[in-house]
Structure formats: structure tokens, C-alpha cells
Design a binder for this molecule. Structure first.
Ligand SMILES: [Zn+2]
Ligand SMILES: [Zn+2]
Length: 438
């Protein structure tokens, strides 16, 4: 068996894995890496102009089938590229398929606006959708000699870990992005009983999350203050999962909240697929009572009337959040509240560290207070170790993290102790394009 890591190798972004037995080639995820321009000198053209084009994974061909773990762009953003010359079937949960389409449509819109060429167009997206099949958790699909099953990953609505069982007896579990903890929106992940090979999300490989209840109380203290004084607090979020989780936390403030950007459409899609969230009635009630913002005029009003503004993009790489930030930047009584992990070199990460907002087009000082909370949708280190203990794999491949090499080393140390029931683990942190043969 060959396992090729096509992306998310020692980095967060462009997740893609190829599993091959000589006859069949299964691709799991095919995402993009969003702007991390300073790290990518080849994207800076001769004139010094920076190109914001997202980076795809390594190429893949003779693809038998594609499985998508979830609809975040770092997992689905390059899927249509696989449909340029081929038309393999695509399998994912129903919400993942619908949300991925929303994300891809938005990518094409941004590319047009920013005047760069994407590696795919509408034609490839249509071809992808023609062969797309929605499957549920625990509903096995046969591809060649593989039986493939999705397990609830607890990360965002519809997210899945992918379990492959080969006729030879070999089993592989790819976690996708996974959460072992319960949130207000979602149940914790489900795991298979065992896997010989584990390909694991390593976003939080080196760190445990703070106590979620305490974190929530700190966050609510900040929001309550803004609600009381009616000074704007902006909550920048990714469209999927986090805005809905934050809304559930802020239930008692519904009348003071406005929501903007793709978070609106995402919320509507999520509500359509009720069985993928814990309490659809409660979320639906909240969504009915908040203000939905569509235009710049409404944004001007929102700034005056709604102290709590939930808006995309989470990393401040674009979207309406930039409008709001420009508006509040010189008022120290305002706040920007981040709710999770901030990716290296993004405007959001730079803002929290330096107090200056900067992207390719503008740069300015922000006087608003800035806080970062941890409502992660990824398992922390103990959660990841729990997954390893549960699955008792012989091989662990660390992907989707900035510390994959360290994590792989730690796994070998941790599970080579005498009392360990699984003492023979081999752990890997492959580079992009590296093939592991098992
Ligand atoms: Zn994700
Ligand atoms: Zn991810």
C-alpha cells in the first residue's frame, strides 16, 4: 500500500492524501492553502506585486474516487482541479457537499475580484457535482478492494473522519479535522475500534486547550461589557461552525447581534441539515432574532445599532470584517474578539500581535482592544493522544500542523514506554510528495 501526502505536510493548508494499492487510487481531501504570501517567494512576481492566489496540493492522476472530510477550503478548495481531465465520483455528507459548493463559488468570486486566475472554473465544478454522491456516517461504500466509511468528526456540521478497510485486512483512518470534545453546536467525534494506520490532524499537537467553560465566561464578560456600553465588538469568524457556536453562546444577547458575510448563507445551509447538529431548534430560534446584514448601507446602520457584530473572514483576509474594522479602528473603547487559532502571517495574526492591520492594499493602526479566545474545533494534544490510544495503530502519520515533526517524535517516545500496550508505533511527519509504503 502506498500513502502519498500531497499536501498539509508540516503545514496547515492544502490537505490532500492519496491511498493506492496498485489498482485503485483514493484521494481524501484536495484543499488549498490560503495566502501566506511572505512564506512563498515564488508567488511574488518580478514587479514585487504580491499574488494572493491560493496554492493547491501536489498533482494527482488516475483517481478512482474522492472523499471529502469537510467543507473548509483547506480541505475542499482545490477539488475541481481533479475534474480537469478525469471524472472520479466524489463522496461526502450532504451538508459537506452543499457547503463545499458555497465555498468554491466564493473562491471564484474572490479570484475574479482580485484579478487572479484560479486553476479551475465553473465547468470543473459542474463536472464534480455531476459525479457527487452524498453519504451518511456509517454507510460504507466499496471502491475497488477498499470499503470506505465516514465517521462523525465533531469539527463542523457534516465533518467526517474517513475509514478505509482494504481486502488485505489493512485498515487506515484519516481523522480530517477532528474534535474529541463536545461543543454547544456538535457532539464529540466518533472513532472506529481500531486502525493499522492513523493519519492525524495535528493543529494542536503541542498544546491542550484551556478549560472551555472558563474561556466562555471570559469571552462573555467582554461581550457583556460591550452590550452594556453599546460600544462595538467585532467577532471575526470563518463561515462554518464557529459563527453558529458563538451564536449559541450569546443566546441572551440575540437582539444586539448582527451577522454578516458568508456566515449567513452557511447558517442557512446548516439549518437545512438538522440531524448534523445537536439542537437545531435552538439555533433556528436565535437565527430568527438577529439582524442579517447585506449591504454597505446596512453595515453603516449595524455599526450604530448592534454592538455585537459576527462577520467573515476569520483571518481578516477579506470580507465585510474589513469594513467594520476600518470604521472602529480609532475608537479604543471598541473591541476585536478572535475566537480561535490564528494562522501564521495572516492579517488577523499580525493584528493581534502588533496592533496594526495590514494586507497588500492598506496598513493602519488599530486602537480597539484585541483579545483572543480558544473555542477551537480541533482536539487538543490530550484528545489526539486519546485517539491514538483508542485506535492502537502501528503507523501514525502527522499532518495538518506546524509542529508535525516534533509531534511524530513525541508519539514515538510516548508509546515506546514499557507499560504501553501499543509499544511499536512508527510515527511520520512526511514532506509534501513523500510516499509511505506499508
Ligand atoms: Zn476544518
Ligand atoms: Zn483544516
Amino acid at each position: 500500500m502506498e500513502i502519498e501526502i500531497l499536501g498539509a505536510a508540516r503545514e496547515v493548508g492544502r490537505s490532500a492524501i492519496s491511498i493506492r494499492d496498485g489498482k485503485t487510487n483514493i484521494i481524501m481531501d484536495y484543499g488549498v492553502k490560503l495566502q501566506e504570501i511572505e512564506d512563498v517567494p515564488e508567488l511574488t512576481n518580478g514587479a514585487g506585486k504580491k499574488d494572493a492566489q491560493p496554492r493547491p496540493p501536489m498533482p494527482a492522476k488516475r483517481v478512482s474516487a474522492v472523499f471529502l472530510s469537510h467543507a473548509h477550503l483547506d480541505h475542499c478548495g482545490a477539488l475541481p482541479i481533479l475534474y480537469k481531465k478525469e471524472s472520479p465520483p466524489l463522496y461526502a455528507t450532504a451538508p459537506s457537499l452543499e457547503l463545499a459548493n458555497m465555498m468554491l463559488k466564493d473562491s471564484m468570486k474572490i479570484a475574479k475580484k482580485e484579478k487572479y486566475k484560479l486553476a479551475f472554473g465553473k465547468k470543473e465544478v459542474e463536472k464534480m457535482n455531476k459525479g457527487a454522491k452524498s453519504i451518511d456516517y456509517n454507510q460504507p461504500v466499496k471502491i475497488g478492494d477498499f470499503t470506505c466509511t465516514l465517521f462523525d468528526a465533531g469539527h463542523i456540521p457534516g465533518s467526517a473522519g474517513i475509514f478505509l478497510k482494504h481486502r488485505s485486512g489493512l485498515t487506515i483512518f484519516y481523522t480530517g479535522d477532528i474534535n474529541t470534545a463536545q461543543t454547544l453546536l456538535l457532539k464529540p467525534c466518533m472513532l472506529p475500534n481500531k486502525a493499522n494506520v492513523l493519519i492525524i490532524d495535528s493543529t494542536y499537537a503541542m498544546k491542550d486547550h484551556p478549560d472551555r467553560e472558563q474561556e466562555k465566561n471570559k469571552f462573555l464578560t467582554e461581550v457583556n461589557l460591550s452590550a452594556k456600553t453599546a460600544d462595538t465588538c467585532i467577532i471575526p469568524v470563518f463561515a462554518l461552525g464557529r459563527p453558529q457556536e458563538v451564536l449559541l453562546m450569546l443566546e441572551k444577547h440575540t437582539g444586539l447581534i448582527s451577522i454578516d458575510g458568508m456566515a449567513k448563507e452557511a447558517s442557512e445551509i446548516i439549518l437545512k441539515h438538522k440531524k448534523y447538529i445537536k439542537d437545531p431548534k435552538r439555533l433556528s430560534r436565535i437565527l430568527e432574532n438577529i439582524a442579517w446584514i447585506y449591504s454597505d448601507e446596512e453595515r453603516e446602520i449595524a455599526i450604530k445599532q448592534f454592538p455585537i457584530i459576527i462577520t467573515t473572514a476569520g483571518m481578516m483576509t477579506g470580507g465585510p470584517v474589513l469594513f467594520y474594522l476600518r470604521n472602529i479602528k480609532s475608537r479604543p473603547e471598541t473591541k476585536v474578539l478572535f475566537t480561535g487559532y490564528l494562522i501564521k502571517n495572516t492579517p488577523a495574526k499580525k493584528l493581534i500581535e502588533t496592533g496594526t492591520f495590514s494586507n497588500e492594499k492598506e496598513s493602519y493602526k488599530v486602537l480597539s482592544a484585541r483579545h483572543q479566545f480558544d473555542f477551537s474545533a480541533h482536539a487538543g494534544r490530550s484528545g489526539l493522544m486519546h485517539i491514538i490510544k483508542t485506535l492502537r495503530p502501528k503507523h501514525v502519520i502527522s499532518v495538518h500542523g506546524e509542529n508535525c515533526q516534533e509531534f511524530a517524535k513525541d508519539i514515538m517516545t510516548e508509546f515506546s514506554r514499557e507499560n504501553s500496550a501499543i509499544s511499536q508505533i512508527k510515527a511520520y511527519a512526511p514532506k509534501a510528495g513523500e510516499v509511505i509504503r506499508i
